[in-house]
Each structure stands twice: as structure tokens, then as C-alpha cells.
Ligand binder design. Structure first.
Ligand SMILES: [Zn+2]
Length: 433
């Protein structure tokens, strides 16, 4: 009897092991150490060269501001927000190599990193570091669209845009400095906050930025065509990215809440879905705001598409639809499976639960894996709620800036009692054992 039970258990165990995905291990101490050593060495040389290139106060300030950002960036690397030696890294390196070779380009300072960030984005820093977010692998349609984003970033790099922006910032604005100054009194997560400010500045949309985007697209498109990618996909990537953000725009259905939170001995309560009353809001204003900002939540993308249309009319020639290659499909799937570990790593526990529920609603495979993360996030939400720190991990309802599905989710979360949260956390944590 005991043997049969053991065999049965082993059987169940191996079945689970085969089915369940194992997240990327970020304990890659050696690779990180090597990267940081090289990075420190190379950026020192780079900063010194900038100091010489721009004489006097400008050179000094530029070099100082560069090394300040680099210090924060190093902290980010240390806190395991980047992955090394994964299939993602290998793939990006191959794509970059292909583009550089096809265009006889050489960027001596180029370093490529993959960030555990679900936003479909890539960015380059003044010192020649190119960062590709893991989310980009998921949100684009195929390998050519992926390559187009890389070409665009290499365009920025070639045109030295980040340094130019930084110089302009130093000259015309003191905003950045003020923002950084306000960090002095900050007690928690100083490095993380500074890094966020830096990223915000990098993304900042202005007339100059718009010009740079168009320049990077023009040059990027040349790189792209020379590397033999499909003409149509350069613009298609922008159209695709326009639709998405880090949070999936797919609607979370009411039935999904009932399916996953109607638990034995803790039945679902309709009142959990009650919404706050926003009738006092000026709805017409709200609607206008949505049309203007939210739906086209990336106005710069619209302008870039328009610009490409006028500059390169022949890109619209309908070519055969580019299918995602087998290799790219694997990366796409891995990026999807890394969503929840990534949100967890950045302590976005509320968004992590929302994302887990969407995946459970829309995917038929790996459901145990998603439930496991649902439990882990609920555990964190329970701790936060118990310690009156829920605000830190769960957004407040904000009808002006959130779609209806996400608002419904937030209402649900804020309606749960401490006991409800405890019960759900325990249920899903036990389930995963
Ligand atoms: Zn850009």
C-alpha cells in the first residue's frame, strides 16, 4: 500500500515538474560581477573623454552627471533587475551583431543588457549601454518588429542623442537637478527612485525629443532595410506598441473573479465587486481626457507613424505577413512566463495579481504556475494590509487614468477584508505545495 502511494506521489510530482515553468535564476553572481567590473572601467574612460570633449564647466557637469547616473545604474544591476546569459541576452546580441555587420557599424562602448521589466521598451544611455526590456519580446508580433526597435535605438546611439539631451537639459532646465535634490531627504529606496527619475527624463517628451525620435526612425529604418528585414514591419511595430503598456489591455471578466475567489469554506461575496461612486466626477471632461491621453497613451507613437508615412511612403507596400519564427515564439512565451516574477521583483504586487488573473483567464497552460504567483502576491498584500502599507503596493482607483477593467480590479482588492485576503493567500499558497 505504502509503495503504491509513493509511486503515485512520485508520479504526481514528476507530472507537475514537467508542466511547471521554472523562472529565470537571477543568482548569476559571477556574470553580474564581471559586467559591473567592465562597466566601471569603461565608463570611467568614457566620462573622462566627455570632460575633454566639452571644455570647462560643461564638460565637468556632464561628466559628473554621467557618473551619478552610472552609480545609480550599478545599484540597479546589483539589485538583480537585469538578467545575464539567458536566451534573451543571446538573442539580442545576435540581432545587434547582424545589424552592425550589415551596416558596417562599430560602437566601441556598446554594452547590451536585458531588464526584468514588462514594459515593451528599449532605451540607450549616453555611455553606450543599450537596455532591452523583457516585455518587448512579448508585446511585439515577430522578430522583424523586434529588430526594428533595436535599429531605432542604434539610431539614437549613432546620433549621440542621449548626451545631446543631457547637455540641453543642463543648459535650459534645472528640473532634473531639483528632482534629484528632493531625493536627499528621502529615506527609502533612494537609488531606485533616482533611477526612475533618470528614466523619466530619458523618456521625456518634448519638441527636441520629437525631432530626435524622427531622426532615430529615419536612420533606424536605413539600418533595418540594409539588414534585410521586412519593409512593412518597421511601422507595424509602432502600431503594435501603441496598443499596449505593461498592463494588458484585455478585460478581466466578472466570471474570472468568481472562478478564482469562490473558495471552499470562503464563498465569493458579490459586494467585493462593488464600485466606488464616481458620479460626482465631471464625466465629459474625463471622456475627453481619455480620448486625448489614454487611448493614444503614447502620442509620440502617432507622430512617429505619421512621419514615417510621409518620409517613406513605399514601406506601406503590402508584403506577406511576417510570421513569428519558432525561436522568437519561445522567447515570447518565456517573456510571458516571466511577467509575474518580474512584477514580484519590482514589488508591484497589486499589478502582479491583476496580471496573474488575466493569464489564468486567457491561458490554458501553466495554470498551476500562475496560481502559485497569485498566492505569493496575495501573501505580500496581506502583510502590507496588516501593516497599513497597502497604498505602497496597490494603486488607488483613478478613473482619469485607468481603464474600466483595472478600476474594477482595484475596487475588488480594496473591498477585501484582511480576513478575506488571508484566506485567499493561504488557499493559493497551500495549493502550490
Ligand atoms: Zn526613441
Amino acid at each position: 500500500m505504502r509503495t503504491i502511494l509513493l509511486i503515485l506521489m512520485l508520479g504526481i510530482f514528476s507530472f507537475n515538474a514537467a508542466q511547471s515553468y521554472k523562472p529565470i535564476d537571477t543568482a548569476d553572481y559571477l556574470e553580474r560581477k564581471n559586467f559591473l567590473a567592465n562597466y566601471t572601467k569603461d565608463t570611467e574612460v568614457f566620462n573622462k573623454r566627455q570632460k575633454e570633449k566639452y571644455e570647462g564647466k560643461t564638460g565637468r557637469e556632464l561628466s559628473n552627471s554621467l557618473s551619478r547616473f552610472q552609480k545609480y545604474f550599478q545599484e540597479e544591476v546589483k539589485s538583480k533587475n537585469f538578467v545575464f546569459n539567458t536566451a534573451f541576452n543571446k538573442y539580442v546580441n545576435t540581432v545587434v551583431d547582424q545589424i552592425l555587420k550589415s551596416n558596417s557599424l562599430n560602437f566601441p562602448n556598446l554594452k547590451i543588457l536585458v531588464e526584468k521589466d514588462n514594459t515593451p521598451n528599449a532605451y540607450c544611455m549616453g555611455d553606450g549601454t543599450l537596455v532591452v526590456n523583457m516585455g518587448l519580446f512579448y508585446w511585439v508580433d515577430n522578430q522583424d518588429q523586434f529588430a526594428s526597435v533595436i535599429c531605432h535605438e542604434l539610431g539614437h546611439l549613432f546620433l549621440d542623442h542621449t548626451i545631446k539631451t543631457q547637455l540641453a537639459d543642463m543648459k535650459f532646465e534645472k528640473n532634473g537637478k531639483e528632482e534629484f535634490k528632493s531625493l536627499v531627504s528621502e529615506q527609502n529606496n533612494k537609488g531606485e527612485k533616482a533611477y526612475q527619475i533618470y528614466k523619466r527624463q530619458l523618456y521625456k517628451f518634448s519638441a527636441e525629443k520629437r525631432k530626435q525620435e524622427n531622426e532615430a526612425d529615419s536612420l533606424g529604418y536605413v539600418y533595418y532595410l540594409k539588414s534585410n528585414f521586412a519593409k512593412s514591419e518597421f511601422k507595424n511595430a509602432l502600431v503594435m506598441l501603441k496598443k499596449f503598456d505593461s498592463i494588458s489591455p484585455k478585460v478581466l471578466k466578472t466570471e474570472t473573479y468568481k472562478q478564482f475567489f469562490d473558495l471552499p469554506e470562503h464563498p465569493f461575496k458579490e459586494k467585493w465587486l462593488q464600485k466606488e461612486d464616481f458620479s460626482t466626477y465631471d464625466y465629459s471632461h474625463y471622456k475627453e481626457k481619455i480620448d486625448k491621453d489614454s487611448v493614444a497613451s503614447h502620442p509620440e507613437l502617432d507622430l512617429r507613424i505619421k512621419y514615417l508615412d510621409t518620409q517613406f511612403p513605399d514601406q506601406n507596400i503590402t508584403t506577406k505577413k511576417v510570421e513569428s519564427s519558432a525561436e522568437f515564439q519561445v522567447l515570447e512565451k518565456t517573456a510571458r512566463l516571466e511577467f509575474l516574477p518580474n512584477f514580484y521583483q519590482s514589488e508591484d504586487f497589486g499589478v502582479g495579481i491583476y496580471s496573474a488573473l488575466q493569464l489564468l483567464q486567457n491561458e490554458t497552460q501553466e495554470t498551476d504556475y500562475y496560481k502559485y504567483w497569485l498566492g505569493k502576491n496575495f501573501e505580500k498584500i496581506f502583510e502590507a494590509r496588516k501593516n497599513y502599507k497597502l497604498n505602497r503596493y496597490l494603486d488607488r482607483v483613478d478613473p482619469k487614468n485607468q481603464d474600466e477593467s483595472y478600476q474594477q480590479f482595484l475596487n475588488f482588492m480594496w473591498n477585501l477584508s484582511l480576513d478575506d485576503i488571508k484566506f485567499i493567500a493561504e488557499f493559493y499558497n497551500k495549493k502550490s505545495l
